[in-house]
Unconditional design. Structure first.
Length: 43
């Protein structure tokens, strides 16, 4: 468990958050592109 009184590493927290947001954004863009291509070529 975390010790009481320890400070958070905000720089590392922001870095991880930005990485997560970037992965979600680009992952969503890729999924949308795949769905559009499937709609064009499979229908």
């Amino acid at each position: 468990m975390a010790e009481h009184g320890s400070a958070m590493d905000y720089a590392e927290h922001e870095k991880t958050y930005n990485l997560f947001i970037g992965l979600v954004k680009w992952g969503s863009i890729h999924v949308i592109a795949i769905l559009i291509l499937m709609a064009i070529f499979l229908v």
